[in-house]
Design a protein around this ligand. Structure first.
Ligand SMILES: Cc1cc2nc3c(=O)[nH]c(=O)nc-3n(C[C@H](O)[C@H](O)[C@H](O)COP(=O)(O)O)c2cc1C
Length: 210
């Protein structure tokens, strides 16, 4: 009997809790931010965690954080914003990240409809050296996003957030993590503003038509 009461209580709690999970406090649909990254020795992963933390700090935001190879079509298309992170390899993105971007077409068929159009896009990287390709790498990620008609934003730095991980600046320090959090926060805020703008536009358009 006690078991049954426990079960009933659990059902009641889930019924009450579900809308809170699905909808933000002000009744709007949540903003979905996808943080996708590649990382071998863990530095870019640390930055990814901080980007996700920054995005989560914006009320009404839901974050999925995944390695690039594990992202599903559903997650990609449900995202309002995609933040992509890579280690710098020879002044460019890692092959795994490039493959993920190419898979937007090969696996997910984004063209010719431009299915990622108007999603917010941003980049973060880690590189061993202070000046050996971090900005180029972020720009090449952003260029691929621009080619997909995404709305590209920076934050935590002129082209995105970055960390130097070797030499005189080993690992990812607190300042670099703060830059990554800043990027995540800006991405979530801009995605929310864009969604609100489109919703308003839709309402106005349907109002004019009535
Ligand atoms: C094949 C290879 C190429 C690299 N090329 C660069 C480079 O051009 N510039 C740079 O700053 N760091 C370079 N690095 C260093 C990595 O970018 C750096 O260690 C990075 O923080 C590793 O990230 P992870 O810990 O997420 O794997 C290279 C590392 C490897 C393995």
């Amino acid at each position: 009997m006690l078991q049954m009461w426990r079960l009933l209580l659990l059902c009641a709690v889930s019924l009450v809790a579900t809308p809170a999970i699905c909808w933000s406090a002000d009744g709007r649909e949540p903003i979905h931010v996808l943080v996708a990254y590649h990382s071998l020795s863990g530095y870019t992963e640390q930055m990814a965690d901080a980007v996700a933390q920054g995005a989560r700090a914006v009320p009404g935001t839901q974050v999925i954080i995944k390695r690039v190879g594990h992202v599903t079509a559903e997650e990609l298309f449900a995202a309002d914003a995609i933040v992509l992170g890579s280690p710098v390899y020879w002044s460019n993105m890692a092959a795994e990240v490039k493959k993920f971007i190419d898979d937007w077409q090969f696996k997910f068929g984004v063209f010719p409809e431009f299915k990622l159009k108007n999603k917010v896009g941003a980049a973060f990287v880690t590189g061993g050296q202070i000046s050996s390709g971090k900005e180029l790498t972020m720009l090449s990620i952003l260029a691929a996003m621009l080619g997909n008609y995404m709305v590209v934003v920076s934050g935590g730095g002129a082209f995105g957030a970055s960390a130097t991980t070797e030499g005189t600046s080993p690992g990812v320090d607190e300042q670099e993590l703060a830059a990554a959090r800043e990027l995540g926060g800006r991405v979530a805020e801009v995605a929310a503003a864009i969604n609100t703008g489109f919703e308003l536009q839709q309402r106005q358009t349907s109002g004019i038509r009535q």
